[in-house]
Every structure is written in C-alpha cells, then in structure tokens.
Write a protein that binds this ligand. Structure first.
Ligand SMILES: Nc1ncnc2c1ncn2[C@@H]1O[C@H](COP(=O)(O)OP(=O)(O)O)[C@@H](O)[C@H]1O
Ligand SMILES: O=C(COP(=O)(O)O)[C@@H](O)CO
Length: 568
C-alpha cells in the first residue's frame, strides 16, 4: 500500500519537492526534472535518464558525477512529455550534445524521440539509447521492455561520458551495454497507486508472477511459490540461457528489489545466485544488491547480468556519486550549486490575428474542449478500469489530465487567435501535461489537425473537417507505428475517418456524416475486445486482454461521439 500522500494527483510534484530539498547541495530542479550541479573538469556529453515516477531511485536518484547529468520525471508510471524532456535536455547540455536514455515503453520512445527532434531544431545534438533488457517481455530483443537493466546501461553511458568521449562514442557505448544486458524478474505482490484502494494486480496466494513488469503489469505467468534457492536457480538458468552473442565469462550483476522485498531477502537469494554463477565459470564484477529500479510497493525482485568486455568493465566499475548509487574509489568533487537557477526556455512565436470565421471556429473549439473535460471527468474511472485489465490502469487519469491541460491552454490563447492556433496550443499542453502514450499521440495529432486549418479562411467545409481528421489519424499512425487490428485507439479512429470521408464525398452535411462515423467508431471500439494487443503496455499480456476492449479505442470513440453533438 502506498500509504502517505497529500493529494494523489500531485504525488509526483510533492515528493520531488522533498527530494530536491534533501539534495540541494548537488542537484537542481528544472522544469520537467532535475540536473546535476557538480562541476565537470571538462564539458561532457549530457546523459539524461528518465521515465515515469514510482521507480525510485530510477530516475532522479541516479543523477550525479559518473552517472546521469539529468533526469526527466513523469507522473507515476507515465512517461514524461516531450517538452519536459526538452527542458531537462537543454538544462543538462554542456555543448557536447544530449543522450536521452530510458526503458522501452511506447510513451517514452515517442516523447523522447520527439524531444530529440525539437532539440536538433534548436541546434542541440540529441540522441536516444533505449533499454530492452527484460527477456520475459518478448522474443524479439528490440520489442523487450526496459526494467532493472536500466542501471547497467545508464552506468555505462555516464562513465563513457565522464571519460570525455564524443556523442557518437557515448551513444555506441550505451547501445553496446544494452546489447549485453539481460534481466528476468518475478513479482510476489502487486503495487498500489497513491490514493487507490486496491493494488493494480494480485498474485494468487502461494504463487509468484514470473516475468513481472515495473509498472504493476502482472507477470507473464503465475507459478507456485519457490524457495529462495529455487528462485535463484531459475534466475540464473533463464538469464544465462539468453546470453548475448560474444558473451565472455565476466559479468556485472544486479539483484534488484522491487519495493517491499527486503535487503536481507535479496542477499539470501544473491548467495545462491553468486554460487551458481561461479559453478558455471563466471566471475562476477562488483555486484549490486538492493533497490535500484522499483515499482512503488510491489513485492518482487529481478536478476540482471551484463556480460563484460574490457570497456564495459571499466565503465561499470568507474566512480559514480549520486543520491542512490555511490561507487567511489577516489574522492569526487562535491556539487557547487554553480548552475543557473533559470531553466533555458524554447523560443516562443507570436500568435497572429485570425479572420472572423477563424475566430468563430476557435470559440466553438473552446466550448467543445470544456465539454470534453466534463465527459472525461465522468468517464475517467471507467477508462481506468478497462486499462487495468492488461495495462497500468492510468488511461482515464491520463486522458483527464490531458484535456484539463488543453482546456487551460486554450483559455489562455488570445481571443484574436483562430481555431488552428487554439487547437495547436491545446494539443501541445495535452502532450506536455498528460505524458504517456495516449498523451503524446493525442497532443501530436491535435497539432497535425490544427496545421490543416487556415485561420484566414472565409468559411469551413465538411471537406476541411475530413482533411483535419485525416491528418489527425495519420499523425497517430506515423508516431505510434501501430496498424489497424493491433488493439489501439486506431481501431476506432480509422473506421471513423473512413466512414466520414465516404459520407462527405457523398455530399452528406458534416453533422450527419460525423454522426454516422462516430457510431461506426463506437461499434469498432467494442469489437476490440476480440483482439490481442500487438503494441503498447498491454502487449505482453495479450491473452489477459481478450474479452476487454482497448481503453484508448473506447476513449477515442467517446470523444468523437461527444464532438458530434457540437456539430448539430
Ligand atoms: N503504438 C501505439 N499507437 C497507437 N496507440 C497506441 C500505441 N500504443 C498504445 N496505444 C494506445 O494507448 C492507450 C494507452 O494509453 P495510456 O494508458 O494513456 O498510456 P500508457 O500506456 O503510456 O500509460 C492504449 O489503450 C492504446 O489505445
Ligand atoms: O512509466 C513509464 C512509461 O510508460 P509509458 O507506457 O511509455 O507511458 C516509463 O517511463 C517508466 O516508468
């Protein structure tokens, strides 16, 4: 149980305030996260780690000399937005470029990917290194989730940067570390989101969940509980069976506790793991046993191995000094607080005066946004329940957070703005504040739809509406790379757009065409219950998801239906 909170909705911000207070001698809070204030003998490539909250010490506890230069922090179990990543990236940059590194989750890859593009446009060379260590989450290495192997990859990146290597070399070091890292985890009990009554999932009494995730995703399979030494044997056998090509006999190891599994229990398991590794001819180099990547109060643990070569061993064993990870062979300089307290901001463009028709449409967009906020407030819990079956249960909260941010943003756009400016501002705020997969997709798609509208047009036609929703759909497809049938929001959006286009071409008035299309979207969302997810958080739990519709497809259909009421 996560017992202590003030307001569950501001848990991330509230805990961050305390964290920053505690480490004000060496860390500095910036919009979107934290950066290190430690002096660098010479400027280094900035390694910026990140992801949702709920995983401490990942990610903010790993910022400091020899490890990360900054951390981007999202809401609990929700990827931070692209603009939060840009903000931390700008603040951490020392003129040698930025490497964002994070676990392989849909929202993270999209948000950090967008951040690299935005920083590049500002002249900052930014790259991503994605961690894919979880052997239980997929057959194909590139589809695997990132779990406790975050630590080995981050550590290598930080040490390579501290050696003064250029961005190409640091990026290559991180990717190599990821290629050589493998993890398997188990869960004994589920975790509880702040304010929630029930854990996100439960492991049946007397069992463990094999192949757990770090967001309350249940294990892939529940198996009868094992004794500590049996669990150790299972870890070693399965992880070693996945040894990468070119693996030698020297390994870094992390025995990670997920939240409520205690250090003594971890040492107990480690004793057998270490002996079994030695029996197999391995030499373990500087093992880490403890809580390094957690999942709130989840019970469970994982074993990570990184097969070492000469470079990886030097980077793994190099000094680092962060709030939660300290490896010090020689004295390291303390923080100086030398960093400016002003977060560098992206340049802002002026909003032009729109024509009268554009301003009228903008007013209708504002009204619709307010109504959607009411809708999502009503539906938030229901959407969360649907998402909890095979996801992390946060879809309703994410969508509500997104629309509320969008609403606040559109209300601040000056009255002389046209609809495209208003929708663009709403989309940007939605993505920034909601984070996560749906946040980045909705935000980008709203911006894409906005770009099709001419704020100086004399009138808007049904064809203009069809072009806007087509751009909305294409943006989601381009960014998320999902296809119809993958059990995502596209499964209701694509039939909607196709039906609308046919009706508009046939000459139906927009309100009629929209109503027909949104009925089709509602029907299509319902039929996603027969699909197995092929992408996103729910993919590893494909079987559990059968019989439940996709949360994103359902919310899409609800929203499209409600928007239709504004066209009557
Ligand atoms: N690659 C993708 N493309 C399109 N939609 C996706 C993709 N991955 C996931 N989704 C949608 O996102 C929804 C989950 O959103 P949400 O719960 O807000 O994000 P997160 O999983 O990051 O917490 C899913 O129900 C699905 O409809
Ligand atoms: O929670 C995380 C992101 O998950 P998404 O599905 O990408 O929102 C991840 O950042 C680790 O917490």
């Amino acid at each position: 149980m996560t017992t202590l909170f003030n307001d569950p909705a501001s848990f991330m911000e509230d805990q961050l305030a305390g964290f920053l207070d505690a480490f004000s001698d060496r860390l500095h809070g910036v919009d979107g996260g934290v950066v290190s204030t430690a002096p660098q003998p010479s400027p280094e490539v900035a390694v910026v780690v990140g992801g949702g909250s709920g995983h401490y010490p990942a990610f903010s506890g790993l910022v400091g000399p020899g490890l990360a230069h900054g951390a981007v922090i999202g809401n609990i179990f929700t990827s931070p937005s692209a603009s939060r990543a840009c903000s931390v990236g700008r603040a951490a940059d020392n003129g040698r470029g930025v490497i964002f590194t994070f676990g392989n989750y849909a929202g993270d890859t999209m948000n950090f990917g967008l951040a690299t593009q935005r920083l590049a446009a500002e002249g900052i060379d930014a790259r991503v290194v994605v961690v894919t260590d979880d052997i239980a989450s997929a057959e194909e290495p590139e589809k695997r989730r990132g779990i406790a192997g975050d630590l080995t990859v981050f550590k290598v990146l930080g040490a390579a940067a501290a050696e003064g290597l250029d961005i190409d070399a640091v990026e290559a070091a991180g990717n190599h570390a990821n290629t050589m890292t493998r993890t398997l985890g188990v869960a004994f009990s589920g975790c509880t989101m702040p304010g929630a009554e029930e854990p996100l999932f439960q492991v049946p009494e007397g069992h463990l969940g094999l192949g757990l995730g770090i967001h309350g995703e249940p294990g892939i399979k529940d198996v009868p509980m094992l004794r500590a030494e049996e669990l150790a044997a299972l870890f070693v056998e399965r992880v070693v069976a996945e040894a990468p090509a070119g693996a030698g006999t020297r390994v870094a190891a992390v025995l990670n506790g997920l939240g409520t599994t205690k250090y003594e229990e971890l040492f107990l398991v480690w004793g057998t793991v270490a002996a079994l590794l030695r029996d197999r001819g391995y030499e373990v180099v500087q093992p880490e046993i403890g809580e390094l990547v957690t999942s709130l109060d989840m019970g469970g643990c994982s074993l990570t191995l990184m097969w070492l070569d000469e470079d990886l061993e030097r980077w793994w064993t190099a000094d680092a000094y962060t709030p939660a990870f300290k490896r010090v062979a020689s004295a390291l300089p303390a923080g100086t607080g030398a960093r400016t307290s002003v977060t560098p901001q992206a340049p802002q463009a002026e909003i032009p005066v729109a024509g009268e028709t554009g301003q009228d449409l903008a007013a209708r967009v504002r009204t619709a946004a307010a109504d959607l906020a009411v809708l999502l407030e009503e539906k938030s819990e229901e959407l969360g329940r649907i998402d909890a079956v095979a996801g992390d249960g946060d879809h309703g909260r994410g969508m509500l957070r997104g629309i509320l941010a969008a609403l606040a943003a559109v209300e601040q756009v000056p009255p002389h703005a046209g609809a495209s400016q208003v929708i663009r501002a709403g989309g940007r705020a939605w993505a920034d504040d909601a984070g996560g997969t749906s946040g980045v997709l909705w935000g980008a798609a709203l911006e894409a739809a906005a770009a099709t509208l001419d704020d100086d047009a004399d009138s808007y036609s049904a064809q203009d509406a069809a072009a806007a929703v087509r751009a909305f759909q294409e943006s989601m497809q381009q960014l998320g790379r999902a296809r119809v049938g993958d059990k995502t929001l596209l499964d209701s959006l694509v039939p909607f757009v196709e039906t609308l286009e046919v009706a508009v071409v046939a000459g139906d008035p927009l309100a009629t065409a929209w109503s027909e299309a949104s009925a089709e979207a509602t029907r299509a969302a319902e039929t996603t219950r027969d699909l197995r997810p092929a992408v996103g958080r729910a993919r590893p739990l494909a079987e559990k998801s059968l019989g439940t519709p996709d949360a994103g497809a359902v919310s899409m259909a609800m929203i499209l239906h409600r928007l239709g009421e504004h066209l009557r």
